[in-house]
Design a protein around this ligand. Structure first.
Ligand SMILES: C[S@@+](CC[C@H](N)C(=O)[O-])C[C@H]1O[C@@H](n2cnc3c(N)ncnc32)[C@H](O)[C@@H]1O
Length: 260
């Protein structure tokens, strides 16, 4: 899929995505991915960081609150607008701009570190995105990113539940399929039914690569692998937010940190 076409899908999703994630419907981000990502992040206070694919900026703000000086880009202007609006109402010193992860608008070695929360599996050229992250980080700096777990969220994943609706098995398939921009249509399942009824589904282009392709691409970009994470929730969180209980059976997210 062409880069511009893939980005256009995200721009079309951005308004509703911002409203729904700010309403708390992105329960996997809020309860699984972000807490695990931040727990794995090394100290960033005083460092200059770039958040790649920032969306409406919630995760950029979380990293800024840890003391980092943050800049952030996203391919979708509507996400960038909402992120910048949030910066105006609660200033954290973050600079936002429109940009493509596969061709970052920054000079070599500008940043101490880069983050990318759930972005690189959404771009047509993941190897270019990793190479660009490597280019803009200084020697000794790091990239930490999260993606859908290639092994447990390949193009086919089905949560198998018992009669009471409790998940007990994850069914996966199509792990080795080459997927280049297959468009998935879906809604945040945590949104109330009344909201879902009046909401057009998100259309997101899917790009799947195997675990070895991902890790080899990180290494080929020039990073040394430093840390890997597969976040899950504890029993109390699963009881409070039952829809994320499947992360206790097999992980949905893979977190990777590479050092330049
Ligand atoms: C799943 S959302 C994650 C947003 C945000 N990082 C978060 O965790 O809330 C994927 C984000 O990647 C952005 N994106 C997709 N392709 C991109 C590209 N080529 N360059 C920059 N951002 C891109 C989308 O616009 C969207 O904001």
């Amino acid at each position: 899929m062409e880069r511009e076409r893939a980005a256009a899908f995200w721009e079309a999703n951005a308004e509703t995505w911002t409203q729904h994630s700010r309403a708390g419907y992105d329960v996997y981000r809020d309860n699984v991915n972000t807490p695990g990502f931040l727990a794995m992040l090394p100290p960033v206070a005083g460092l200059l960081g770039l958040d790649i694919g920032c969306g409406e900026g919630a995760n950029t703000r979380s990293v800024a609150r840890l003391g980092a000086r943050m800049e952030a880009i996203d391919a979708a202007p509507t996400f960038v607008k909402h992120a910048a609006d949030a910066e105006r109402s609660e200033p954290l010193g973050i600079t936002y701009g429109v940009g493509d992860a596969q061709a970052l608008p920054f000079p070599d070695g500008r940043f101490d570190f880069a983050t990318a929360f759930m972005v690189f599996m959404d771009v047509p050229d993941y190897r270019a995105a990793l190479a660009e992250a490597h280019r803009v980080v200084r020697p000794g700096g790091f990239l930490q990113f999260s993606i859908l777990h290639p092994c447990f969220v390949p193009p086919h994943r089905r949560v198998v539940r018992d009669a009471a609706g409790v998940p007990h098995t994850i069914e996966v398939a199509r792990y080795f399929d080459k997927i280049d921009g297959e468009v998935e249509r879906w809604k945040f399942s945590a949104a109330p039914e009344a909201v879902q009824e009046v909401t057009e589904p998100f259309a997101t282009p899917l790009f799947h690569h195997t675990l070895s392709e991902w890790l080899n691409a990180v290494i080929d970009a020039g990073f040394s692998l430093e840390r890997i994470g597969e976040p899950s929730v504890d029993e109390a969180t699963a009881a409070r937010v039952p829809s994320v209980a499947d992360s206790r059976i097999a992980p949905l997210f893979l977190h990777v940190r590479g050092r330049k």
